[in-house]
Each structure stands twice: as C-alpha cells, then as structure tokens.
Design a protein around this ligand. Structure first.
Ligand code: PLP
Length: 429
C-alpha cells in the first residue's frame, strides 16, 4: 500500500472521501467513549477487594505490636516501609509513608522548599525570582501543573529513547535558576520509556549551578509491567544510591504509591530520601500532621507482605491490561502505520500509549474525535502550559474502557488522524 506521502492529490482526495463516510457512520452511532485518564479498570480494582479482611480476622496491631488505630509512628509502619523499600531498591529507613496520593507528596515537598528552602539552600525557593523547572516532554500534565502553580517557569526538555535528552539537561542546569527536574524513570507517562542506566548516572553526577538542585524521581510505574518476561521488564538503578555515589547525596527525592497496585485514591504513598532531606522534611511534616493512616498501611502490608507478593499481584493486573494495550496497538498498526503519518511507542508497562500524529493536527484530531463521541486528553496536555510546539502528541489511556470500547475508540481516532493528515498534506502541496 502507498503511504500518504506517496499518493497523488487525486488519490488522497479519494481516500479522504471514503474516510469521511466512515467518520459520518461513527457520528451516527452516538458514541460516548472516554480514553482520557489513566485509571485502573474496575476489574483491576476488584483484585484488591479483600484487602481489609485481615483487619477483622487478625486485628490492628503490627508485627512489632504498634496499634495502628492510634496516633503514633509518623513515618509509617515498619512492614510497609520495608515493602516500599524493596519496590524501590532502597533502605527502609529512607522511606516515609503518606496517605493515598504521591502527587500530594510531590506538591508538599516543593512547597516546603518554597517556604523554608531545602536543608542546603541559601534561601527559600520562594525568594528566587525567575526560578525554573525542567520538564521532559511529552510528560505528565499534573507534574507540570504543580510547578506552574508554585511559580516556576517551565522549561521543555525533549525525551529520547533513553530518557530526557541529557546533553540538553546538562547545559540547562548551568543556570542557577534551574532548581529541579521531573523524572518518570520507568514507563514514563505518556511514552512508556525506561531511562537508561547512563541517563540515570548522568542525572546523578551532573554539575548543577544550583547547589540545592533536586531531581523529582516519580517512580509511579516501577512495578507496572505489561509483560511477563522478566528480561523485557523495565528497571532502573536506585537513584538515591547513585546520587550518593557521585557525591550529591541530597539531590533526589523519590516517590511512589500503591494507587495502581491496590486502590487509586485509596492506597498509600511513599517518599524516599536520604537522611538530610528526610530530617528536614520531617520537621515540617510533624507540624502538619501527627501521623498518617496506618490502618491502611497494615492492610496493605498483610496483602502484599514483600516484593514477590507485589510482583504476583501486578501480574494479575498485567493479564487484565494486556488485551487492552494489544488491541490499541493492533489497530494503530493496521490502520495508521502504513500511512506513514503517525508514530508511537510500544509500551512494555505503565498506563499509556503516546501517539505522534501528523505535525500541526493533534488539536483537530482530538476535536473531531470529540464530535464523534470519543473523549481524548486535550492535545497539548502532555506539554507545559498545554502547548505542544508541534501540535502532534496525543496520549491515550487504554486501562479503563473495555476491549470493545477501545476497539471502536481507537478506530475513530485513526479515521480522524487520517483525515486531518490528508488535509495537511494537501494544504502543503
Ligand atoms: N505520577 C504519575 C507519573 C502518574 O501518572 C500518576 C497518575 O496517573 C500519579 C503520579 C498520581 O499518583 P497518586 O495517585 O499517587 O497521586
């Protein structure tokens, strides 16, 4: 089959006419499909329905005899800190457990730096005019909104197959106004990219003008593999260990949560940091709260007592998610690949498929899909300020809809992507 670029104007017009007919057929179906947010499907949530059973059968005390119903143990119960330490490949004494949202922890952590500074800051970040934050793109819209809301200028850094473009990062951090970087090292949102070891080492070792520069290492998808094959699974080195190895022991804060392991919005979040960062943060957190929800920590620790249990549980998630990702990729392959107008990553884990449609058309594709009853994340959402300079990236989230819904929704997306691509090519001819 000829790609669109190889077709004559006449051929493209004929192709467009038949696609428009299909599009009208979809519109007539009055669809109401949602591929916007990366939420677990309800069948995935069902995997954890029994999580609280142990509380009535085994009671509320931890193995050390801590009564989780009462005020105590602000950093979290030992058994769950150990589980997160195993998940992140670090020490339990570097782990602090919070309530359900890691995003909340990230916000609070930056907020602390703004109001009080870091332990190694000369002054609170709030007093720094023109402070900047590095944002690998495409990336997670909520990250960008945190640093935008907290007064940073957001600086785009292109992603490569190995993580953020480190040549660019190393240049940008020579500016002392650049105070941090967002990183999703495993199955990045939205591209599903796993950082290479070299990228991790360069981040940990690079020379930064700001001595209190911080890496926000959001390991949200660290155990969220889609494949059973261990060798294909993504993993990255322990960033806290690497920062220590290179003489920058306070450079990284690491985050994770059980939102997509047990219950989204009902799980446990975790922050991992070296002693200086943790002591500094704890002083302020102790003013904010007496302790977090340890009953939930205990329920989690009993259902997922160690990394093996977490892995076995995540394999069940993968079984439910795989058909949805396979369907998405199968349709993209059969409907879009041959046109030569779009490309995408084939994620081995995480929650998203990130598609780059013909430059200059993503907003049109999303609005056409909407008109046909398919909701997609707004074009541009994966870039700071909602502005994709190429107007090309679209993030789709296959986890929540059924396979049948995905089938229809992705077909609609392909029809819209093809029509807009043809328009663009004809316009440029
Ligand atoms: N970090 C990333 C990269 C995410 O994609 C998400 C949710 O989609 C979150 C954090 C939110 O995590 P939490 O539920 O722990 O706040």
């Amino acid at each position: 089959m000829k790609s669109y670029k190889e077709m004559s104007a006449e051929e493209l017009k004929a192709e467009k006419a038949s696609l428009e007919q299909k599009y009208e057929e979809y519109k007539a179906m009055a669809l109401n499909l949602d591929m916007t947010r990366g939420k677990p499907g309800s069948d995935q949530l069902d995997l954890s329905n029994h999580i609280y059973d142990s509380l009535s059968s085994e009671g509320f005390k931890t193995r050390d005899g801590v009564d989780t119903r009462n005020y105590n143990t602000p950093a979290g119960i030992t058994e769950m800190r150990e589980v997160f330490a195993q998940i992140l490949g670090t020490d339990a004494n570097k782990i602090f457990l919070g309530n359900s949202s890691s995003l909340n922890q990230m916000f609070d952590s930056i907020m602390r730096a703004i109001v009080f500074g870091e332990h190694d800051s000369d002054k609170p970040w709030g007093q720094i005019e023109g402070k900047k934050w590095l944002c690998p793109v495409p990336g997670y819209d909520r990250h960008f909104r945190v640093t935008q809301t907290l007064g940073f200028e957001l600086v785009n850094v292109p992603m490569t197959e190995n993580g953020p473009d480190m040549d660019i990062v190393e240049e940008l951090v020579k500016d002392e106004k650049v105070l941090g970087i967002w990183c999703i090292p495993v199955y990045s949102n939205p591209d599903g990219i796993v950082y290479s070891e070299d990228t991790c080492r360069r981040l940990a070792s690079m020379k930064t003008a700001a001595k209190d520069f911080r890496i926000y290492w959001d390991n949200a998808y660290v155990v969220h593999h889609l494949t059973d094959n261990e060798s294909e699974q993504g993993s990255v080195p322990d960033i806290l260990g690497l920062c220590e190895e290179y003489g920058n022991p306070s450079r990284a804060y690491e985050f994770a949560s059980s939102s997509k392991i047990t219950f989204a919005g009902g799980g446990i979040s975790c922050i991992a940091a070296n002693k200086d960062n943790m002591d500094h943060a704890k002083k302020i957190m102790a003013v904010q709260t007496i302790c977090n929800n340890k009953i939930n920590q205990l329920a989690h620790a009993r259902m997922l007592p160690d990394l093996d249990a977490v892995k076995a549980h995540m394999r069940k998630h993968a079984e439910l998610l795989r058909p949805k990702f396979s369907k998405t990729l199968e349709i993209l392959d059969s409907q879009l690949a041959w046109t030569g107008t779009a490309n995408w990553h084939e994620p081995k884990g995480g929650y998203f498929v990130s598609i780059f449609v013909q430059k200059g058309t993503a907003d049109k594709v999303v609005s056409m899909c909407k008109e046909a009853g398919v909701a997609l994340t707004p074009a541009g959402a994966t870039y700071p300020y909602g502005k994709d300079p190429d107007n090309s990236n679209i993030r789709i989230a296959p986890s929540f809809p059924s396979v049948e819904e995905i089938d229809t929704a992705v077909n609609v997306l392909c029809v819209c992507a093809k029509i807009t691509a043809i328009d663009k090519i004809l316009e440029e001819q």
